[in-house]
Ligand binder design. Structure first.
Ligand code: KG4
Ligand code: ZN
Length: 336
C-alpha cells in the first residue's frame, strides 16, 4: 500500500511516498529555514505563505521521484495537528482538495506520532510496544507506545520544550536559528563541566520535565558576563548546557523505563539528532539491558516520510477523515 504523506506544521514544506509504512519511495523537503534565520525564529505568517507557494511543486516532485501518479496512491496522509495553525491549514486544505479530486482516502496524522514513526523507517524490525522519548522544538514527552495508534503520555514538560530551550539559549549567544543544531556542534569544542546549571525536578511527577529554570540560568549567566564586559565562552556554555538538558531527559526516561518495566526504548523528534543525547541513551541502554532505537539523522527533523509511515498505520486502524477535516494547533498525542 502506497501512502502520500504531506507535512506543513512548521517551517518545512514536505511530501513523500511511503510503501507499507516502512519503505520510502521518495521524500522531498522545501525548507524555509534560511528566511526565518533573519528573524531568529519562525515567523508564522511567512511560514504559511511559503507553504502556499511550495506545496504544489513539492507534492508533484515527490510523486515524480517515486515514478508514480496520484492514481497509484492508496491514501493521502496529512499532518493536521499540532503546529502553527496557518501553516497546518495549507497542508490540510491541499490534501482535502487532492482527496476530493482523486477520490483517495484522507488520513489525518498527528505530528508527534509521525516523529515516532520515523523509527519504523530506520528500523524495519521495530514494532510496538515500546517507550518513546519524543523531543522536538515544541514538545518533550515520554510516551508509552502500546500499539501503532494507541499511546499514553507518561511524562511531559511543564514549561519549555527541550528544543525550545536549546534554541533560546543559542539565540542569546547570537547563534543562528535553529540554535539546537549549532549548539550541538559548538558544544563538541567545550568543557561540559565548566558551568554547573540546575537540574530542576517536578515535585510528585518524576517523569515530567521543566526546562524554564535551566533556560533562565543560562540567560542570566550570559547577560551578567556581557554586562561585566567579559568574553562569553560559548563553547563551554554550550557543552555545560547541553549536558544539563541531556541529563534531565535521560534520567527521567530511564526511570520511567525501569518503573514501567519496558524493555525497548526509542527516541524521536528534532532533538533526537543531538549527538550527546544519542550517545548517552545508547550507553544507558547497554548498561541496563534495554534495546534502544534512534532514527537516522536524515529523518529526525521535520519530513513527510514519517507522515507517510504513520499515515499507513492510521489508515489500517480506520482513522479516515471526511472533507470537514480541520487543522488543530494543540492536540494530545493520545487523542484517539
Ligand atoms: O521536530 P522538529 O524538526 O520540529 C518540531 O516539531 O518542533 O524539531 C526542531 C527542533 C529545534 O528546536 C532544533 O533546534 C532541534 O530540534 N534540534 C536539535 C538538534 N537538531 C535539531 N537540538 C539539539 N541538538 C541537535 N543536534
Ligand atoms: Zn517536528
Amino acid at each position: 500500500m502506497k501512502i502520500l504523506g504531506i507535512e506543513t506544521s512548521c517551517d518545512e514544506t514536505a511530501a513523500a511516498v511511503v510503501e507499507d509504512g516502512r519503505v520510502v519511495l521518495s521524500s522531498v523537503i522545501a525548507s524555509q529555514v534560511e528566511e526565518h534565520k533573519l528573524y531568529g525564529g519562525v515567523v508564522p505568517e511567512i511560514a504559511s505563505r511559503r507553504h502556499a507557494e511550495a506545496i504544489v511543486p513539492v507534492v508533484r516532485n515527490a510523486l515524480s521521484v517515486a515514478e508514480l501518479t496520484i492514481n497509484d496512491i492508496d491514501a493521502i496522509a496529512v499532518t493536521h495537528a499540532p503546529g502553527l495553525i496557518g501553516a497546518l491549514l495549507v497542508g490540510v486544505n491541499f490534501a482535502k482538495g487532492l482527496s476530493l479530486s482523486s477520490g483517495k482516502p484522507l488520513v489525518p496524522t498527528h505530528h508527534l506520532r509521525s516523529h515516532i514513526a520515523s523509527n519504523y523507517i530506520s528500523h524495519k524490525d521495530l514494532k510496538p510496544p515500546f517507550l518513546c522519548l519524543v523531543v522536538s522544538g515544541g514538545h518533550s514527552h515520554i510516551v508509552m507506545v502500546e500499539d501503532y495508534t494507541k499511546m499514553k503520555v507518561i511524562g511531559k514538560t511543564r514549561d519549555d520544550a527541550a528544543g525550545e530551550a536549546f534554541d533560546k539559549a543559542a539565540r542569546t549567544m547570537g547563534m543562528p536559528y535553529p540554535g539546537g543544531i549549532e549548539m550541538d556542534k559548538v558544544a563538541e569544542l567545550g568543557n561540559e563541566n565548566a558551568f554547573s546549571f540546575p537540574r530542576p525536578v517536578v515535585r510528585d511527577a518524576p517523569y515530567d520535565f521543566s526546562f524554564s529554570g535551566l533556560k533562565t540560568a543560562v540567560l542570566n549567566l550570559i547577560h551578567n558576563m556581557e554586562q561585566r564586559g567579559e568574553a562569553v565562552p560559548k563553547e563551554d556554555i554550550c557543552a555545560s548546557f547541553r549536558k544539563a538538558v541531556v541529563d534531565l531527559l535521560v534520567s527521567n526516561f530511564i526511570k520511567a523505563a525501569e518503573d514501567f518495566n519496558v524493555k525497548t526504548l526509542v527516541v524521536a523528534g528534532g532533538v533526537s539528532a543531538n549527538s550527546l543525547l544519542r550517545k548517552r541513551l545508547s550507553e544507558e541502554a547497554d548498561k541496563k539491558g534495554f534495546t534502544f532505537y534512534k532514527p537516522d539523522k536524515s529523518v529526525c527533523t521535520d519530513n513527510a516520510a514519517m507522515v507517510g509511515s504513520q499515515g499507513y498505520y492510521e489508515f489500517l486502524s480506520g482513522n479516515i477523515a471526511d472533507l470537514s477535516l480541520n487543522a488543530v494547533a494543540t492536540l494530545p498525542i493520545d487523542y484517539i
